[in-house]
Design a protein around this ligand. Structure first.
Ligand code: PLP
Length: 381
């Protein structure tokens, strides 16, 4: 039956430009070196699944909407270790990954007709979430020549009467840029002066090679910091993330969680607790592996004199194409050559002449995939 009301149609999110490539990859008759992927290839630590198995035998009831007190208390302890910050468990809300956490905050703060300031390039979900709320995304540029770091004054100048939220993301997807703390601070303080909240997406905070985590919550009480177990512990499918925010907002977002999801799965919260309180060596091992893969990719690309911005965190690298080449066309063509990238155009317009490659793929895949890319690149010069 066709949509009888059409009421939602203008707000319905479109498929992202990564999906177009993924659909081709999944139906390809030949094997593809997958460099478009945005999730760790590592297995989650074994004690995580063990804790979930124990929880599944008894710990299977609704929890508090904001997350179990045991998990939120452990999160507060972990934040104190990582940031030296004393945070009340009442300021923490557990969510179904960082994604659903951000969506719950948008639900609490954004009304139709509002504006949300987003980076360009950025993870496509921010724009979709903004549109679902009936609000307008307004993009601020992350220019490659500035190391994908925004100019704080340019960001603040875009704040108008309809702006509700400025989204920051460090380390960034797709750029891998780690924002200097001074930049984060200036934006948080400038937004506070204008009565605007900052949603600081820090889901890659444990994957930093050079530089420091944003720690945006230290700079003002107008901040929601977003964290996740997905990338830190290679737990993407477990869907556990968490938010740190002022108590007044945590109460509202807790109510939003109650209305939308009741709570995050009790079993998965137990798994997350085990990840947080168990041995942490896997985190450092994965970080070192991503850094080695970054260095490998940079060295392979330099052989063809391709010199991308060196990412300082996350597990992505933006590969510049020849001027004027469309990243979408290039990504589509490259699937035919046996290697897949995410086109820069999927993340906005500023990086539409770049391809995002994932460092979450294995070194063998990176080596072979970049070999295929370099053959194509050289032929098309
Ligand atoms: N934020 C950014 C920048 C991401 O790249 C992702 C996932 O790719 C997320 C948030 C959401 O991750 P999750 O919902 O698995 O925590």
């Amino acid at each position: 039956m066709p949509n009888p009301t059409r009421a939602f149609a203008p707000r319905a999110p479109r498929a992202s430009g990564i999906r177009e490539i993924l659909d081709l990859v999944l139906t390809s008759p030949v094997e593809i070196d997958r460099l478009e992927i945005g999730e760790p290839g590592f297995a989650a630590p074994a004690h995580v699944a063990a804790a979930a198995a124990v929880a599944a035998r008894g710990d299977v009831r609704y929890t508090q909407s904001s997350g179990t007190l045991a998990l939120r208390t452990a999160l507060v302890d972990s934040l104190a270790l990582r940031y030296g910050a004393e945070i009340d468990p009442g300021c923490v809300v557990v969510s179904q990954g960082g994604s659903q956490g951000i969506a719950a905050v948008f639900e609490a703060l954004v009304l139709p007709g509002d504006e949300v300031l987003l980076p360009d390039p950025a993870w496509p979900n921010y724009e979709a979430m903004t549109r679902i709320r009936g609000a307008e995304p307004v993009r601020y540029p992350l220019r490659p020549e500035a190391g994908f770091v925004p100019d704080p004054e340019e960001v603040l100048a875009l704040i108008g009467p309809k702006t509700r939220i400025v989204v920051l993301n460090s380390p960034g997807n797709p750029t891998g840029a780690v924002l200097p703390r001074a930049v984060v601070r200036r934006i948080v303080e400038g937004a506070a002066e204008r009565g605007v909240m900052v949603v600081s997406d820090e889901v890659y905070d444990e994957i930093i090679f050079e530089g420091e985590p944003s720690g945006a919550h230290e700079f003002g009480d107008n901040v929601v910091s977003v964290f996740s177990f997905s990338k830190t512990y290679a737990m993407t499918g477990w869907r556990v993330g968490y938010l740190v925010m002022p108590a007044w907002l945590a109460t509202i977002v807790g109510h939003v969680q109650e209305a939308l999801i009741s709570c995050v799965s009790s079993v998965n919260q137990a798994a997350a607790l085990a990840a947080l309180t168990g041995p942490q060596d896997a985190v450092a091992t994965m970080r070192a592996a991503y850094r080695d893969r970054r260095d490998l990719a940079l060295s392979l690309l330099s052989e063809a004199d391709i010199r991308p911005r060196r990412p300082s965190g996350a597990f992505y690298l933006m590969v510049p194409l020849a001027p004027g080449v469309s990243s979408r066309d290039a990504a589509l063509e490259l699937v035919g050559r046996g290697v897949s990238f995410a086109p820069g155009s999927a993340f906005g317009s500023v990086a539409s002449d770049q391809l995002r490659m994932s460092l979450a793929s294995s070194p063998e895949t990176i080596r072979r995939g970049l070999g295929r890319f370099l053959d194509w690149y050289t032929e098309s010069q």
